[in-house]
Write a protein that binds this ligand. Structure first.
Ligand code: A2P
Length: 276
């Protein structure tokens, strides 16, 4: 079975395809609609969006017009990071469902433990309130799985102490050079599947000379090395592209990176925006 056709089994038994199409920074309207149509045409069955991307409507319309049965496509969306109340979360979910034009989502995530412009304040109680709303949505069958994004171990630990359901997923920025080992280890212990957003380092990793050299050795592209690296780390990469040839390339990752080359990739450290 090809990598993008295989799935992670979440701890409630739900199957989540291992590679998803990222849509952060895909413009609402035809750009997102076309990208999702192309992805579905080429075999993707996992699409990641968020209310804050403002492209849920385009994602939903693309899924609908694809003719692929709804239950064959895994759709994730996210609660805006600034909503930290029970009622607020229920209302935001209703709006997301309406825009997506679907009766349920496959995965609903708290987008971040803090509003983007207030990262130093503790929102633990608000996260628990929002997560309780998500538990309700889960019990009502409106979200087949629920989870978090950008959460550190301490943020998840608070939910474990104050809520009933262990999050099924934590979606984090994860790419070559970015150390997320403590979060990943914590998630493994709790049976939480880790999704990797920005697996290409928002594209900056592709200019890295070491990655380029390894890509030549395997006769693949730097992007394919970055995506395969996430799979070797047992995380679910969500590469974003709006170009057909890249959308195709990003799921063509049925090779294995040898342990000695993983070591070389693991030795790359730092912020890819400053690399040459
Ligand atoms: P585009 O959408 O124009 O194709 P990430 O997933 O890490 O956030 O990276 C997304 C960025 O990388 C986008 O700028 C995207 O551009 C670009 N990108 C995606 N796939 C590829 C690829 N296979 N080769 C080169 N660039 C890519």
């Amino acid at each position: 079975m090809r990598a993008f056709e295989s799935s992670f089994t979440l701890h409630n038994g739900v199957q989540m395809p291992k590679i998803g199409l990222g849509t952060w920074q895909s413009k609402p309207g035809s750009e997102t609609y076309d990208a999702v149509c192309l992805a579905l045409k080429h075999g993707y069955r996992h699409i990641d969006t968020a209310a804050v991307y403002r492209n849920e409507y385009s994602v939903g319309r693309a899924v609908k017009t694809s003719g692929i049965p709804r239950e064959e496509v895994f759709i994730t969306t996210k609660l805006p990071a600034e909503i930290k109340t029970y009622e607020g979360a229920l209302e935001a979910f209703r709006q997301s469902l309406k825009k997506l034009g679907t009766d349920y989502v496959d995965l609903y995530l708290i987008h971040a433990p803090w509003p983007w412009n207030d990262r130093n304040t503790d929102y633990s109680a608000g996260n628990a309130a929002a997560f309780k709303a998500m538990e309700q949505l889960y019990h009502e069958g409106k979200a087949r799985a629920i989870g978090v994004s950008n959460f550190k171990p301490k943020d998840i630990a608070y939910l474990l102490d104050h809520c009933q359901i262990v999050p099924h997923v934590n979606q984090i920025a994860y790419f070559i050079g970015l150390d997320q080992s403590s979060t990943i280890a914590f998630c493994r212990e709790q049976n939480i599947v880790v999704e990797a957003y920005s697996p290409l380092g928002i594209g900056y990793l592709l200019a890295n000379r070491t990655i380029q050299e390894i890509a030549r050795k395997y006769h693949v592209s730097p992007a394919q090395i970055c995506i395969r690296w996430c799979l070797e780390k047992d995380t679910a990469p969500l590469p974003k592209s709006v170009h057909e040839h890249r959308i195709v390339e990003n799921i063509d990752v049925d090779f294995q990176i040898k342990p000695e080359d993983m070591e070389i990739l693991d030795a790359i450290k730092g912020d890819p925006r400053h690399w040459k």
